[in-house]
Design a protein around this ligand. Structure first.
Ligand code: HEC
Length: 224
């Protein structure tokens, strides 16, 4: 027998989760509701166990780990690539006219999802903008084992240009303006390519993957 799709199972039936629903509110909203009720529960438990009955100070949350989990390539494939494809799609098709998937709440195509259309374009552009600082964390590795050149001024300039273009794209999407989005995404695409020319270059033939992420200051990694 086929297993039921776990995400579908967690959709608003009101039975499988401690939270109750009135409407389909989406996974993000659901998590928020659960998280805030968990925090509220924690707080009231903390208050209840104080002998004097006074509210305790909110317990300090654990320090967020600063180590990285993904290589630069994994970040690119997992975040920048899918998000930018959603943004670039607005160059060709008017996002407002894209129909939703039948199962829009579990769609893997963001443009056709429950949060699709222009909203998906805007949110994907914002995801890129928010993702750029992840490229600036020191200590992230590249796919070839080299440390990412996050400390290099040139890398940082390319990263900043991507962030600026992503924010411009988000603004155009918010305004639902296809002329603006064509300009903004042109800028975005160029900003990705500029960094790739400098730091993703694998040289001539045969390609040498070890040239990726080579510090520019060392003179390595420059396109031949
Ligand atoms: C600051 C530099 C920089 C910026 C900006 C940047 N990239 Fe990258 N990108 C790289 C590097 C370096 C690699 C190779 C990393 C590795 O091998 O670990 C890479 C790899 C990739 C890959 C995977 C290629 C492969 O071989 O699998 C994709 C896809 C990609 N980038 C897309 C994008 C898109 C889309 C944007 C813009 C929205 C972007 N990148 C912006 C530096 C950058």
């Amino acid at each position: 027998m086929l297993k039921r799709y776990p995400v579908m199972r967690s959709w608003p039936t009101g039975r499988t989760l401690p939270c109750t629903f009135q409407h389909q509110i989406g996974i993000a909203a659901l998590l928020l509701v659960c998280a805030s009720s968990a925090v509220a529960g924690q707080r009231s438990a903390a208050r209840a166990s104080t002998p004097s009955g006074q509210a305790r100070p909110t317990p300090r949350t654990a320090t967020f780990p600063r180590s990285t989990a993904a290589t630069v390539n994994q970040l690119m494939r997992g975040l920048f690539f899918p998000a930018s494809n959603v943004v670039f799609a607005a160059q060709l098709d008017d996002p407002a006219s894209i129909p939703r998937d039948v199962r829009s709440s579990v769609s893997t195509d963001l443009l056709k999802s429950v949060f699709g259309g222009w909203e998906a374009v805007e949110n994907s552009a914002l995801a890129i903008a928010e993702g750029v600082p992840l490229l600036l964390i020191e200590g992230r590795a590249c796919s070839n084992g080299r440390p990412s050149p996050a400390g290099e001024a040139e890398w940082q300039r390319y990263a900043e240009a991507t962030r600026t273009a992503a924010l411009l794209s988000a603004k155009a999407a918010h305004a639902q303006d296809q002329d603006l989005i064509v300009d903004a995404t042109g800028q975005l695409s160029e900003s990705c390519s500029a960094c790739h020319r400098a730091y993703r270059s694998e040289g001539g033939l045969p390609p040498d993957p070890m040239r990726r992420c080579a510090p520019r200051s060392s003179g390595q990694g420059r396109p031949r």
